[in-house]
Design a protein around this ligand. Structure first.
Ligand SMILES: [Ca+2]
Length: 315
């Protein structure tokens, strides 16, 4: 039996919570970057066990508000904010001392618990591109001869400069791990120049590379690909029964950071979200196997470039 995380996330307040966790997490990451990798705050180290973010418990907002977090976000139903000396977000934070991963947790979800940054019990995949290279235990790369794949300042940049044209000279990255039906694949990503660039995809490789638009390849995949040069995008798929098609009318301008999600609701239904809003649904097609998350570019116009801030996959 597969427990479907999508249903748990369906409540609008849970979306709001998730957006809050992402904003707080991003603020913490920014502060760490500004501290050249160190957490510098009078409040002291982020606790190693989940601790409430409040004036009484771990006073995180002393460290990030308002410099890195412009709004004093708190749980929409249970949290409160009076001022910097009197608030309780009802969100919790912890730091894993071995990995330095920061996790944030909403305990007041409508039906369940929401994490950002990964919880070991949930086996969430989370990667925010630390250091100056990809962790090859977690990622494979392909097509580096067609451009560059670089990590710097907490961001991944993939740029196809070889002018490949439709579907050729693919460059990109994929997770080594595969994820089952029920998974949510999420990324904060932007396509800053050129086309065709997937802003998120899951599926199979073909000859070691991954298709940037699956409808042109005969491998099961689902992808959303962007054209920064023409401010348009297309949702494309090829299923396990050999059916393929595309849908248009998706949001066109993906040149600034967006949170893009593919929800594998069931074997035959996929939902695509942008900034927590349902953008498109595919139903009546089959993806029953476990699949990697990937990004892939073909340089139809060059430079074809995407930037990724983080990836999260909730199995
Ligand atoms: Ca990042």
């Amino acid at each position: 039996m597969v427990i479907n995380p999508v249903k748990r996330l369906a409540e609008s307040r849970d979306y709001q919570r998730r957006a809050h966790l992402a904003a707080i997490h991003s603020a913490v990451e920014q502060k760490i970057l500004m501290g050249r990798g160190e957490w510098v705050c009078d409040e002291g180290d982020i606790p190693e066990e989940y601790t409430t973010i409040s004036s009484e418990d771990y006073d995180l907002y002393k460290c990030i508000y308002p410099e890195y977090l412009s709004d004093p976000l708190h749980d929409p139903t249970e949290g409160m904010w009076e001022n910097k000396e009197d608030y309780n977000t009802k969100y919790e934070i912890k730091r894993n001392p071995e990995t330095e991963r920061i996790s944030i947790f909403a305990s007041e979800g409508e039906t369940s618990l929401i994490y950002l940054g990964g919880d070991p019990e949930e086996e969430t995949f989370y990667y925010d591109f630390p250091g100056t290279s990809l962790d090859t235990d977690k990622w494979i790369t392909f097509g580096e001869e067609h451009g560059s794949i670089s990590v710097d300042n907490g961001e991944l940049t993939i740029s196809q400069t070889a002018s490949g044209g439709s579907g050729s000279n693919l460059i990109g990255i994929a997770t080594k791990e595969k994820f089952p039906v029920g998974s949510v694949y999420r990324a904060r990503v932007k396509n800053i120049s050129g086309r065709h660039a997937t802003v998120i995809a899951f599926g199979s490789s073909i000859n070691g590379a991954y298709p940037n638009y699956p409808h042109g390849f005969n491998v099961p995949s689902v992808a959303w690909y962007s054209r920064a040069d023409a401010l348009s995008s297309t949702f494309s798929w090829y299923d396990e029964n050999g059916n393929s098609t595309t849908s248009s009318g998706n949001t066109g301008d993906l040149t600034s950071y967006q949170t893009i999600e593919l929800h594998r609701v069931s074997e035959d239904t996929i939902e695509l979200y942008r900034n927590d809003i349902l953008e498109d649904t595919i139903s009546g097609h089959l993806w029953a196997n476990d699949y990697e998350l990937y990004f892939s570019l073909d340089g139809h116009t060059t430079p074809d470039t995407i930037v990724v801030d983080w990836v999260e996959i909730i199995p």
